[in-house]
Design a protein around this ligand. Structure first.
Ligand code: AMP
Length: 220
């Protein structure tokens, strides 16, 4: 029986970066449903081709598809041994209900749900300025305003090219924030009622400072 943590938060809040830091420290496995779906798209699988259009527009992939993908992942040996952080799942109340059933079936335990919150304008600025490393092994994330790479378009860590996610254009980013408010924000009440919710606010500060806040909230 392993501990499962969930990070909920609007797009651009830094869930991915904070999740990396959390997993590095706790050795939990980082499971990002967005990353899993992008891997499917990059590999050109049937699933990848099915979800490509939805993701580019900033919409949500169907609950059943994502829940099945997560259940498969949670049964793997690394997670059974070390537990995991779910980043980007659940994103709707039906997904939270599905996760409750998945945990019963797999025997894992929900350790905590962290809601990471931030100012809306900061999120729009961050999303449209975000650049990702094309090297999947590296996965570094930059921000052309707040954390630009030393050479434009090139990853500082591994030298690979950077790219902008198709859903980080202003139009898609606004749509994703709207989808978050309508479909994912209700999860905050869902987990509050279950007594699992921990809240943390991210500000326009270095990731280390926001991570320290998150850790303090988890310990409180
Ligand atoms: P992310 O990397 O978490 O921002 O996810 C990128 C995109 O993948 C989202 O905008 C959705 O289209 C899709 N996605 C990721 N996780 C989920 C999920 N739990 N449910 C539905 N769609 C998802």
């Amino acid at each position: 029986m392993a501990d499962i943590y969930v990070f909920i938060g609007p797009p651009g809040v830094g869930k991915g970066t904070l999740g990396e830091m959390f997993c590095e420290e706790t050795k939990a496995v980082h499971v990002s449903t967005g990353d899993l779906l992008r891997q499917e798209m990059a590999a050109g699988t049937e699933l990848g081709n099915k979800v490509k259009g939805i993701i580019a527009e900033g919409g949500l992939v169907s609950d059943d598809i994502v829940a099945e993908m997560v259940e498969g992942r949670l049964q793997k040996d690394d997670i059974v041994a070390k537990g995991c952080l779910l980043d980007g799942f659940p994103r709707t109340v039906p997904q939270a209900e599905a996760l409750r059933d998945i945990l019963k079936r797999t025997g894992h335990k929900m350790a905590a749900v962290v809601s990471i919150e931030a100012d809306q304008q900061m999120l729009i600025t961050r999303l449209t300025a975000r650049r990702m490393c094309t090297n999947k092994e590296c996965g570094a994330i930059f921000n052309v305003v707040a954390m630009p790479p030393k050479t434009e378009g090139i990853c500082d860590k591994c030298g690979a090219k950077l790219y902008q996610r198709s859903d980080d254009t202003k139009e898609a980013a606004l749509h994703r924030l709207d989808v978050y408010a309508k479909q994912t924000a209700p999860l905050i009440d869902f987990y509050k009622k279950e007594g699992k919710l921990i809240r943390s606010t991210s500000r326009d500060l270095p990731a280390e400072a926001n991570y320290a806040n998150l850790k303090a909230a988890l310990k409180a």
